[in-house]
Design a protein around this ligand. Structure first.
Ligand SMILES: *[C@@H]1O[C@H](CO)[C@@H](O)[C@H](O)[C@H]1NC(C)=O
Ligand SMILES: *[C@@H]1O[C@H](CO)[C@@H](O)[C@H](O)[C@H]1NC(C)=O
Ligand SMILES: *[C@@H]1O[C@H](CO)[C@@H](O)[C@H](O)[C@H]1NC(C)=O
Ligand SMILES: *[C@@H]1O[C@H](CO)[C@@H](O)[C@H](O)[C@H]1NC(C)=O
Ligand SMILES: *[C@@H]1O[C@H](CO)[C@@H](O)[C@H](O)[C@H]1NC(C)=O
Ligand SMILES: *[C@@H]1O[C@H](CO)[C@@H](O)[C@H](O)[C@H]1NC(C)=O
Length: 405
């Protein structure tokens, strides 16, 4: 009996002390679509419909669900769309469309897609809320790094400069405590890219570990579908063809196309009656869909992240599986390239193919720091962010409990 009491009070003190002593600051890096985008219009080009606004004050463009309804969506797509300059290899907004990504360093714009904060548009909100109940404070040890997710990694120079500063500021703001990076989806490769550019001294000083949730290390077939025939925006039912002009215009879509390091050179990923395409046939594919700019986007981005090179920090991988995920896209003469294909399913999280989610395995023999992973079968790419197992895992890592187990 005494012995039990002793043990109980020991456990109490032990966990109590830890909870109080470690609160690694967290910086969230969202994925494609996971930052809010605001716009201000003073358009000279005629908009697609007479009722589309030409002039406006700042308003929430991504994501205000009211802008995604039929007809109005054309106005939305036209304001989101980027144009490409082949000489400079840079994209720009349409003339008269000003864009800003608000909330850098805060969490407000990465907690929900939609500023109205409806629960169906929740993004990092469940994780943030759960950490707040443990004593974390938004803007102090919970910080967000939103960015213009339309752009590929080739056009994020300024974001990464700001990100480095955010890491340093957050470290100082929290009594020189090392930081845990928590990423979702495309945020994972973004973090890896940035880590590859930091010195060992910098990483040792500032970074405790990284938690990557649903990271597409080797891209995803779904991005090809976006480029060819468009795709629903996951959060709402829209016509793929109508959003395609935006999706095609975003270099980030090309950035997450299937990597030649993850798909075999003779593996057919797109089937049409005229020809089959592998990941080595992107040039022909983009010519055949009459969108050669997509190929330029891919060339600009394909070698920037060495996804097989380790981050050289402790890392944790959380990913879903056993969900039907686009594997091979089958088009016929009628559907290619403007209508949705028949999709042969692959294993994955519904968006990212399993081989890509497992890309971190390439790091295993190449770094001394621990690599932990957790597969959650039956959990989808976005839903994984509110799954209790994910929330619990992230909590354990950022409060140092993971190290004790
Ligand atoms: C809108 O653009 C026009 C030129 O296209 C310019 O003359 C005008 O000052 C602009 N308005 C605002 C509010 O910036
Ligand atoms: C592309 O950029 C170059 C160099 O800045 C410029 O001269 C050219 O006019 C631009 N092209 C278009 C179509 O805007
Ligand atoms: C980077 O930070 C500067 C200064 O705060 C800000 O003006 C700029 O918009 C930021 N850029 C990006 C891409 O986050
Ligand atoms: C910062 O760390 C010092 C030394 O470890 C400690 O005395 C102080 O209370 C800490 N301050 C905060 C705000 O945590
Ligand atoms: C494309 O691939 C399918 C199955 O892999 C095959 O049956 C078909 O003959 C191929 N088509 C062409 C045009 O090569
Ligand atoms: C598709 O179109 C091509 C040329 O337009 C034709 O040769 C081919 O027979 C068609 N295939 C089908 C399945 O209709």
């Amino acid at each position: 009996m005494n012995c039990h009491l002793f043990l109980l009070s020991f456990i109490y003190i032990f966990t109590g002390t830890n909870a109080a002593s470690v609160h690694y600051p967290v910086i969230f890096i969202p994925g494609d679509g996971g930052s809010q985008i605001w716009a201000r219009l003073n358009r000279t080009l005629p908009p697609p419909h007479f009722f589309c606004a030409r002039h406006s004050d700042w308003f929430e463009l991504w994501l205000d669900l009211r802008l995604i309804i039929p007809e109005v969506i054309d106005c939305f797509v036209d304001n989101m769309r980027l144009t490409y300059n082949e000489t400079t290899k840079k994209t720009s907004n349409l003339e008269g469309v000003e864009i800003q990504v608000p909330g850098f360093g805060e969490t407000s714009t990465i907690e929900y897609f939609d500023a109205s904060g409806f629960s169906y548009s929740s993004y990092f909100a469940p994780i943030v809320r759960s950490l707040v109940t443990l004593g974390y404070t938004r803007g102090v040890n919970l910080r967000g790094a939103p960015y213009d997710f339309r752009r590929g990694i080739d056009e994020q120079e300024e974001f990464f400069v700001n990100f480095t500063k955010l890491v340093q500021d957050t470290y100082e703001l929290n009594n020189q405590t090392k930081i845990v990076l928590v990423t979702h989806s495309m945020g994972g490769p973004f973090a890896l890219y940035w880590l590859h550019r930091q010195t060992e001294e910098f990483k040792t000083k500032y970074i405790r570990s990284m938690v990557n949730i649903a990271a597409p290390w080797g891209g995803a077939i779904k991005a090809l579908r976006l480029m060819i025939s468009g795709d629903n925006i996951d959060v709402y039912v829209v016509s793929p063809f109508r959003v395609r002009p935006y999706q095609r215009s975003a270099p980030s879509t090309a950035f997450v196309m299937p990597s030649v390091n993850f798909w075999n050179k003779d593996e057919v990923v797109v089937v049409t009656p005229q020809r089959n395409y592998t990941v080595n046939d992107y040039e022909a594919l983009f010519n055949d869909i009459q969108f050669p700019t997509g190929y330029a986007y891919w060339l600009n981005n394909k070698d920037l992240v060495q996804e097989q090179d380790p981050p050289k920090i402790e890392s944790h991988q959380i990913y879903g599986s056993q969900m039907p995920t686009p594997g091979v896209l089958l088009y016929d003469n009628r559907t290619f390239p403007d209508l949705p294909p028949v999709v042969l399913p692959d294993n994955g999280d519904g968006t990212v193919n399993i081989r890509s989610l497992l890309g971190f395995k390439h790091w295993e023999s190449k770094q001394n720091e621990d690599i932990h992973s957790l597969e959650i079968p039956g959990v989808e790419h976005l839903a994984i962010l509110k799954h209790p197992t994910t929330i619990n895992y992230v909590t354990q890592v950022v409060t140092g409990q993971f190290d004790k187990n």
